[in-house]
Design a protein around this ligand. Structure first.
Ligand SMILES: Nc1nc2c(ncn2[C@@H]2O[C@H](COP(=O)(O)OP(=O)(O)OP(=O)(O)O)[C@@H](O)[C@H]2O)c(=O)[nH]1
Ligand SMILES: [Mg+2]
Length: 368
């Protein structure tokens, strides 16, 4: 415990020094969030000082009752294993509230575009909350987010305000030179770190929203209608297809699939997986020294609108909030040989949720 406190005190002082900087001083009303982020244990306060405690949320009627599950016939239980969408939507009377979650690390160069795209999104502003987790950043990502929060929530017109705008900070003290980030032997560390970041973010930020939308901080384009379009499929987990515009190389001028984490198992990949040791870690793309025989988003035909998937990426992923609320997050351990977002898809399926992709509905990643 003492060691823990000693470890956190210097970090805490650093961050508090940062917080006391005049440009950011009034930003974070909920300093608790930062304090939690620094790893302090919760200390009960005397009653008269408890006003800073986060408000308790009443969820009303439970959206999930055991008897509901028990009433499923054997036949529907089997169907549950086969990509049915089972997450109910009864938490929020508004029925449409959306929490956008974005983990960010050294993302300053992409934030202007990030908010530009968000501003074009056709979705009622008052129903959108956004939350960021900043980690291990050496650029001014955090400062720019704090300024954005002031702009949107205080200085700008009321109609621009989000329901909530949260910024959390948790460093994992992990750094990886950019040119090594797609090397196979770095993926387990990089991706489990990402898993922890995502888990940190949704467990802090999720209140009683209906939908969670994961958007990476470095996207170049998505349609303003995308949330309505994706929501209309009413799936537990649904990913868009993330492409990248190539400015050089053999695919110069073309948009090619970027996020290889969205895939479907094939008979061949299932056979391959059976031969693995329990501890074998699978990952797609980069310099991966093996072929997994999975079917990627660009392997589906031009007429296929929606397909069941077994792995998803997190670049643009819409999730019924209940999936997270039921405890399904991003494994930072090997779950069926996968971690992070692909592990999330496997975990969601293992819990009976449906996981799908839209191979012909594209979003664009920033060029490399
Ligand atoms: N909080 C947090 N965010 C991270 C971390 N690593 C990456 N991110 C953010 O997570 C999102 C996805 O990470 P990327 O590095 O873009 O992953 P990628 O798209 O597979 O790889 P790139 O080719 O580097 O774009 C981005 O918004 C990053 O800023 C981390 O350790 N902590
Ligand atoms: Mg990226």
């Amino acid at each position: 415990m003492i060691a823990l406190v000693l470890t956190f005190i210097p970090t805490a002082l650093l961050s508090l020094r940062y917080l006391s900087d005049s440009s950011v001083k009034q930003e974070i009303k909920s300093e608790t969030k930062y304090i939690e982020a620094l790893g302090y244990e919760y200390q009960p306060q005397p009653k008269d000082k408890q006003s800073w405690l986060p408000k308790l949320i009443s969820y009303g009627k439970s959206s999930w009752s055991v008897s509901e599950l028990d009433s499923f016939s054997d036949e529907s239980r089997n169907i549950l294993k086969n990509d049915q969408d089972i997450a109910p939507q009864t938490l929020d009377p508004d029925n449409d509230s959306l929490l956008i979650l974005t983990p960010v690390k050294n993302n300053a160069g992409h934030l202007t575009k990030y908010f530009e795209l968000l501003d074009k999104l056709k979705y009622p502003r008052h129903k959108i909350s956004i939350a960021f987790l900043v980690s291990d950043s050496t650029d001014n990502t955090q400062k720019l987010l704090i300024e954005a929060k002031q702009r949107y929530q205080e200085l700008g017109p009321k109609k621009m305000r989000f329901k909530r705008f949260e910024i959390y900070r948790q460093d994992f003290f992990y750094s990886l030179p950019r040119h090594l980030r797609h090397y196979y032997d770095r993926q387990f560390d990089r991706r489990t770190m990402m898993a922890r970041a995502r888990n940190y973010l949704w467990t802090r930020a999720l209140e009683n929203e209906q939908w969670v939308l994961w958007i990476d901080g470095d996207l170049e384009h998505y349609s303003p209608n995308i949330v309505h379009d994706m929501k209309a499929y009413n799936k537990d987990v649904l990913v868009a297809n993330c492409l990248i515009h190539k400015t050089g190389g053999p695919y110069k001028g073309k948009d090619i699939v970027y996020d290889l984490n969205s895939w479907q198992e094939t008979p061949k990949s299932i056979e391959m997986v059976k031969k693995l040791k329990e501890t074998d870690f699978l990952v797609e793309g980069g310099d991966t020294p093996f072929i997994t025989h999975r079917k990627y988003m660009n392997d589906f035909g031009k007429n296929e609108t929606i397909v069941p998937l077994d792995g998803v990426g997190g670049t643009f992923t819409l999730v019924k909030a209940h999936v997270h609320r039921s405890g399904v997050g991003f494994p930072a351990w090997l779950f069926q040989h996968q971690v992070e977002t692909e592990g999330f898809a496997k975990l969601a399926k293992a819990n009976g949720f449906g996981v799908f992709g839209l191979p012909n509905y594209n979003v664009l990643h920033t060029p490399e």
